[in-house]
Structures are given as structure tokens and as C-alpha cells.
Design a protein around this ligand. Structure first.
Ligand code: PLP
Ligand code: ZN
Length: 427
């Protein structure tokens, strides 16, 4: 038992103040609620701006080498003892001059490599924040509707915390996503349907008595989950020496990650930790041609997202009815950016291009983002003279089939000098 005398000297209370409707602005208490009772709009965490304004660079820099260095800017986990976490974050920001040269960028280019997280995708960030909030709210089982990486992360977090989990995925996912969830030992439910079917079912399950004690990270505790993505904005700014890059290119499934990186940059400027770059920052979004409802809405200048039935190899991005799509469009338009999408062959080429120029092996989502970066330079939408960060959100080993037929040994030889000579290795 800890006594109050041992209370930490730094503030351990959450700066979160309420849940606020993104649609009509109505506020609700901090709880497991994700839709507005007035207009059914999605809810977002609102903060006590005075609490945020007290945060200093020194305080953050003195923190741990993971997302919890930003705990004073997050809705949960201020007290380390309450965290449900694999301690993700502080992943490498890789300088990518060879990639820049190859695609015609003349300003510095960086790859934020989030495949370096404990379960090898950016999802560890959102899951750590969501499950920490979930346990504080009294939930005793952890769950999610997943396109793959989220199930990996929820199952691993639950295993570490000793809490039962039940994760739901479309049954046609890559082996590399199924095995890397199942191995952690929770219940794993493969559903014969699309991600959107999985999500709809989870939305129904969460209303049943049997699932009353279950936190679905991206359903009933979604407002907390979404905030974890802000750390991908804070971290890039800190790693650049407390600067915001002029341009960022971000993959989109629900579109949430994109909106939260933009929100993180706005917060850093508002609370005075960072100055905005001259002319502000510009946000770009990437989807695949097999699932491009957000990008096509922007291209057609529509406000409404028309759901699609996803196809193609970028399965982690295959959300046909993206919950934050409209907000992603708003952020991209407001910052003067653009969105584009890449076909399966371009995605495969994007994976190989990134790997051979930077030594980073991305999953299909990363291949998508690099392919779209290249297109944005070619179309003149992205300024080649401005510093750019491209986000790699997942690990290539999980989607190895995407490039399996395209790369392999350059030579196969007998174990002898003669074999080497015959293969041309000795001139
Ligand atoms: C989930 C996921 C995304 C996109 O997340 P959203 O916040 O839903 O847009 C991007 N990349 C990878 C690898 C993912 O697993
Ligand atoms: Zn509302």
C-alpha cells in the first residue's frame, strides 16, 4: 500500500476535463461513452488548457524513453502504477536522403519508423492509452475490432497485464497478423466478413449484458484510444529538436491517426512548446486504390464519405466506412494539403523503394504511404523544397507475401569457388 505521504511531487492528475462532441460541441463527463446523446456525433477528449500550458520541455525530456514522457498531455496514465502498457514509443526518426534523391525531394526527408514498437505497429500507442483508461474505468476484459495490428497489440497488452482479452478480425487477414495475435493466448474470433462487418458486430456486442465488463478499445473507449495517436506528433517534433516539419504524409484507415497528429502539432503551438513553421504545416493523407473513400471524397470535393467495399493488399488500411474520414478531410484542407491513393503494384514498389533506400522494411500500409509520397511529388502537390516526414506505421514481416514473389536470392550457387566464379562473383 502506498500512503499519501509518498505521493509524487509532479502532478499525477489527468489534464482531461470532459468528453466533447465533435459534431455539436455538447460536453459529457469522462466515461466509457463514444457517441453524443444529442446528435450521435463522435466524442473527443477535451483538456484543461491551463493544465496543458504548465507542461515544459524539460519535464518531458526528463521522462521515460516511451510515450509516457507525454503523460501530462494524455487523458490517462499519469500515475505509472496504473498503466496497462508495453511502453511503446520513441521509435526512430530515420534520415532518408537516398529516398529523397530518388523521388526528387530536395529538402530533408525523414521516415518515422513506428514498426519499432513492441508489437511492430503504431497501434501500441493507442492501445496503451485506451487500456490504461479502461482499467481506471473498471473494465475487466479487453477487446477490439481489428484490421490486424490492433488485435496484435490488444492481445499482447492483455497478456502483459494478466487481463483476459477477446479480439475480433476479418477471417481473410494475413497469416502474419493472425499468428501474431493468437500467440498471446487470448480469445481470437475470425469473422467471415469485412472489417466493417466486424466493427458493426462489435458495436452490437458492446451493448449486451455479457460484454458489460468489456472495453473495446476502438468502440466504447474510442475517445481515449484516439488520443494515443497524438504521441506520433509530439515525438516527431521533439526528435526534430522541438520543431514541426513543414509537411507530413500519413496513412489513413479510419482517418483518426491523421487528425490526431495534426491535433498534436496544434497543441504544441498553443501551449508554447514549439513555434509553428513559417507558413504552417501541411498534412497529406494516403490510402490504397482498393479502399479510397476518404481520398476520393476530397478529389470529388464532396463533404460526405461514400462507403466502399475494400479490396487489395493494404489490409490494415481496409476500412470501407471510415469514422474520422470527414475530420481527416477537414485537416488536410485547412493545412493546404492533399490525399492520394496507390494500387497494389505501386504499394509493392513502395515497400521495395523504402527498403532499398533506407533499410526500413514496411508492411503494406508503409508501402502505400511511400507510394503516395512519390505521387504527391510527381503531381506537384507536395513541395520538394520543404522538409517532410513520412510515417511508416507497421512492420514488413507481418505482410511478407506482398513482396515474396518479387524478391529472393540474386544468385544460388554450389558451395565452392568454382560455383562462385560461374555465378560471376569473382569477375
Ligand atoms: C490502423 C493502422 C493505420 C491507420 O489508422 P487510423 O487511425 O484508423 O487511420 C495505419 N497504419 C497501420 C499499419 C495501421 O495498423
Ligand atoms: Zn453532438
Amino acid at each position: 500500500m502506498t500512503s499519501t505521504v509518498d505521493a509524487p511531487t509532479t502532478t499525477s492528475t489527468s489534464p482531461a476535463r470532459a468528453l466533447v462532441c465533435r459534431g455539436c460541441g455538447t460536453e459529457f463527463p469522462l466515461a466509457a461513452q463514444h457517441a453524443c446523446y444529442e446528435c450521435f456525433g463522435p466524442l473527443e477528449v477535451a483538456y484543461d488548457t491551463e493544465a496543458l500550458a504548465k507542461v515544459t520541455r524539460e519535464q518531458i525530456e526528463a521522462g521515460p524513453q516511451n510515450i509516457w514522457r507525454y503523460a501530462a498531455l494524455l487523458p490517462a496514465g499519469q500515475d505509472a502504477a496504473t498503466r496497462v502498457t508495453l511502453d511503446p514509443g520513441m521509435t526512430p526518426l530515420v534520415s532518408a536522403p537516398a529516398l529523397a534523391a530518388e523521388i526528387g525531394l530536395r529538402a530533408p526527408l525523414w521516415v518515422k519508423d513506428d514498426s519499432a514498437n513492441p508489437t511492430h505497429s503504431f497501434k501500441d500507442r493507442v492501445v496503451s492509452v485506451a487500456l490504461t483508461a479502461a482499467r481506471e474505468l473498471g473494465f475487466t476484459r479487453f477487446a477490439c475490432a481489428s484490421t490486424g495490428n490492433l488485435a496484435n497489440s490488444v492481445a499482447a497488452h492483455a497478456a502483459r497485464a494478466g487481463v483476459p482479452s477477446i479480439t475480433f478480425i476479418p477471417s481473410d487477414l494475413e497469416q502474419g497478423k493472425i499468428i501474431t495475435t493468437a500467440v498471446y493466448g487470448g480469445e481470437l474470433v475470425a469473422i467471415e466478413g469485412s472489417y466493417d462487418d466486424v466493427n458493426r458486430l462489435c458495436g452490437e456486442l458492446v451493448e449486451t449484458d455479457e460484454f458489460e465488463d468489456t472495453a473495446f478499445v476502438n468502440v466504447n473507449v474510442r475517445p481515449f484510444y484516439a488520443e494515443g495517436s497524438k504521441t506520433l506528433g509530439y515525438e516527431v517534433a521533439e526528435q526534430l529538436g522541438w520543431r514541426i516539419p513543414a509537411q507530413v504524409v500519413i496513412p489513413m484507415a479510419s482517418g483518426e491517426l491523421l487528425t490526431k497528429i495534426d491535433k498534436a502539432f496544434s497543441e504544441l503551438v498553443e501551449i508554447g512548446l514549439v513555434e509553428a513553421p513559417e507558413g504552417g504545416w501541411t498534412v497529406f493523407g494516403a490510402q490504397s486504390a482498393g479502399c479510397n473513400p476518404i481520398a476520393t471524397a476530397l478529389h470529388d470535393d464532396r463533404d460526405t464519405i461514400v462507403p466502399v467495399k475494400p479490396t487489395g493488399i493494404a489490409k490494415s488500411l481496409n476500412i470501407g466506412d471510415p469514422a474520422a474520414g470527414g475530420y481527416a478531410i477537414e485537416a488536410v484542407k485547412r493545412t493546404g494539403g492533399w490525399m492520394d491513393y496507390a494500387g497494389d503494384d505501386e504499394i509493392r514498389e513502395g515497400i521495395r523503394l523504402l527498403a532499398r533506400t533506407t533499410g526500413v522494411f514496411a508492411e503494406t500500409a508503409g508501402g502505400t504511404t511511400v507510394a503516395v509520397l512519390k505521387k504527391l511529388v510527381e503531381s506537384g502537390k507536395l513541395d520538394p523544397e520543404k522538409e517532410t516526414v513520412v510515417y511508416n506505421t507497421g512492420e514488413g514481416l507481418k505482410t511478407i507475401d506482398a513482396v515474396a514473389g518479387l524478391v529472393g536470392p540474386t544468385h544460388t550457387i554450389k558451395p565452392s569457388l568454382r560455383g562462385a566464379r560461374e555465378a560471376g562473383l569473382l569477375g
